[in-house]
Design a protein around this ligand. Structure first.
Ligand code: HEC
Ligand SMILES: [Cu+2]
Length: 322
């Protein structure tokens, strides 16, 4: 193998360590593209130099025969690249599909980006702040899903060793998932220019054994409400309880029982898959999508009435109503 084909696996200035399977897949595709480009370049430039020397004008009387075209050759140099490009497309598509297809059983962590910190919030309510040098701690060999949002401008969450990157946008959730196969610490960068200290918006992912992760998460401060507990408190305090039941019976609004991940029928005849973004919109802006059989304009909009952490709590609470 050429030196640059093997160097990436170890981690170098050429490419960081491969800490996930996706990173290895990604690198293989990238190496193929580099090798294919290199070989094409040699064929093209080599051919050019060869023909320039071979058919150069040696005497004044030299005359090259007139050649118009060669259909078979032209077919080959169109068809072979077409097959290669379609192959690259299929290869890239399958890696992208793995990257974006969120596993259902993943450990979920909420991520808030803000100028200039990444806050990680676990189900238990435990939080870690990158601006305090606290890492995102995750177990090795387990799928992890990040549910991310921003409380100010657009940031972007990038983990070079995992080869994953996703914009973190105010007003909505974006997702990333990964399964770390190597223990150790890996860098997080913000890759969307977000103001004065953008370059210092750094973080770390610390991949530990499953036992160490369990020990670490068990150390959650007992006075800290979990997301579900916070959501239950808000369900009563904010008055959702008056219009939404938890036992399956409709009140003024639909019940929360079995709501998450079902296909909801809307007034306009369409259906929507109930995910975190749908729940978020239903709370902050309830009149955008009206549930079939329920009145419009009855539910108050909670835009500006709940913080990002509170919204997370409400969503976790609704997700828990199976
Ligand atoms: C005054 C009654 C009322 C209150 C209070 C209320 N809602 Fe609603 N809610 C409704 C109605 C009516 C609908 C159905 C119409 C629609 O889709 O907007 C609804 C729809 C929803 C939906 C979409 C449900 C589905 O089946 O797709 C969610 C989620 C929701 N509300 C959450 C909340 C939360 C959380 C609170 C408290 C912070 C709350 N609501 C407070 C009346 C209310
Ligand atoms: Cu940023």
């Amino acid at each position: 193998m050429l030196w640059w084909l093997s160097i990436a696996n170890a981690g170098s200035s050429f490419a960081p360590v491969q800490a996930t399977q996706i990173a290895a897949d990604w690198d293989n595709l990238y190496k193929f593209l580099l090798a294919a480009s290199f070989i094409s370049c040699v064929i093209l430039l080599g051919g050019m130099v060869y023909f320039v020397t071979k058919y150069r004008r040696k005497t004044d009387k030299d005359k090259t025969a007139y050649i118009s075209h060669n259909s078979f050759l032209e077919f080959l140099w169109s068809f072979i690249p077409l097959v290669i490009f379609l192959g690259v497309f299929a290869w890239g598509w399958s890696i992208y599909h793995n990257m974006r297809n969120m596993p259902k059983d993943a450990l979920e962590v909420h991520v808030y980006g803000k100028q200039w910190d990444w806050t990680f919030e676990y189900k238990s309510g435990k939080k870690a702040y990158s601006s305090n040098n606290e890492p995102l701690v995750v177990p090795v060999g387990k799928p992890v899903r990040l549910i991310m949002t921003s409380s100010d401008v657009i940031h972007s969450f990038f983990v070079p060793s995992f080869r994953i990157k996703q914009d973190v946008v105010p007003g909505r959730y974006t997702n990333l998932w990964f399964q770390a196969e190597k223990m150790g610490e890996f860098h997080i960068f913000c890759t969307e220019y977000c103001g004065f200290s953008h370059s210092a918006m750094l973080g770390k992912i610390k991949v530990v054994s499953v036992e160490d992760y369990e020990k670490w998460i068990a150390e959650t401060d007992a006075s800290q409400l979990s997301g579900v507990e916070l959501g239950a408190k808000l369900y009563n305090q904010k008055g959702c309880v008056a219009c939404h039941s938890l036992d399956g019976s409709p009140k003024v609004g639909p019940t929360f029982k079995g709501l998450f991940s079902k296909a909801e029928n809307l007034e306009d005849g369409s259906t929507v898959n109930v995910d975190e973004n749908y729940l978020r919109e239903s709370v902050v802006n309830p009149n955008v999508k009206i549930v079939k059989g329920f009145p419009k304009g009855v539910m108050p909009a909670f835009q500006g009435q709940v913080s990002e952490e509170e919204l997370t709590g409400i969503i976790e609470f609704i997700k828990g109503q199976k």
